[in-house]
Design a protein around this ligand. Structure first.
Ligand code: GDP
Ligand code: MG
Length: 163
């Protein structure tokens, strides 16, 4: 069985765009409206000379009244629990939100290793964008632009080391 990586984060942070950047497909549904990817969506990342791995896109954990108990959130949580590694995706333009805090609290309870991915950093100062999330205390955090495929190779290097 191939190792798997789950993309977890609130809606609209760019998980599906990252999925596309990692799988180099247009497979995932990317939409301006949050919550488009309802169920788990699987792709395979194949890099020359590397062991392939499965990447799981999730619908995101929304801040509705059901919060982490909602149906889509449950799917995301199940995906994270089944994965070998989790990419916690946040929005570098909006900065940390209370929903991000909530997702992180939950992620810390899962036994999975987690890397922080600060997305949408195109046109931003990468260091400042990462500093926004410094209080999350991640040893490994990456400023990327999934839409412009910036920072993806660095992320992949670390990800492959951890799998
Ligand atoms: P998801 O709900 O987390 O899967 O987010 P999507 O991948 O559907 O993206 C939500 C919105 O953010 C879309 O309008 C994307 O085009 C936009 N987006 C995603 N990644 C980036 C990025 O790296 N930079 C910018 N500027 N926009 C992005
Ligand atoms: Mg999506």
């Amino acid at each position: 069985m191939l190792p798997s990586v789950a993309l977890v984060g609130r809606p609209n942070v760019g998980k599906s765009t990252l999925f596309n950047a990692l799988t180099r497909t247009r497979d995932a549904l990317v939409h301006d409206q949050p919550g488009v990817t309802r169920d788990r969506h699987y792709g395979v990342c194949r890099l020359e000379g590397q062991r392939p791995f499965v990447i799981v896109d999730t619908g995101g954990i929304a801040g509705d009244e059901e919060g982490l108990a909602g149906a889509t959130a449950k799917q995301a949580r199940a995906a994270a629990e089944e994965a070998d590694l989790v990419l916690f995706v946040v929005d570098g333009r909006e900065g940390a939100s209370s929903l991000d805090d909530e997702i992180l609290r939950w992620l810390r309870k899962t036994a999975r290793p987690v890397l922080l991915v600060v997305n949408k950093t195109d046109g931003l100062d990468a260091r400042a964008a990462l500093a926004e999330f410094a209080r999350y205390g991640f040893a490994d955090s990456f400023a990327v632009s999934s839409a412009h495929r910036q920072g993806i190779d660095d992320l992949l290097d670390t990800l492959l080391e951890r799998l």
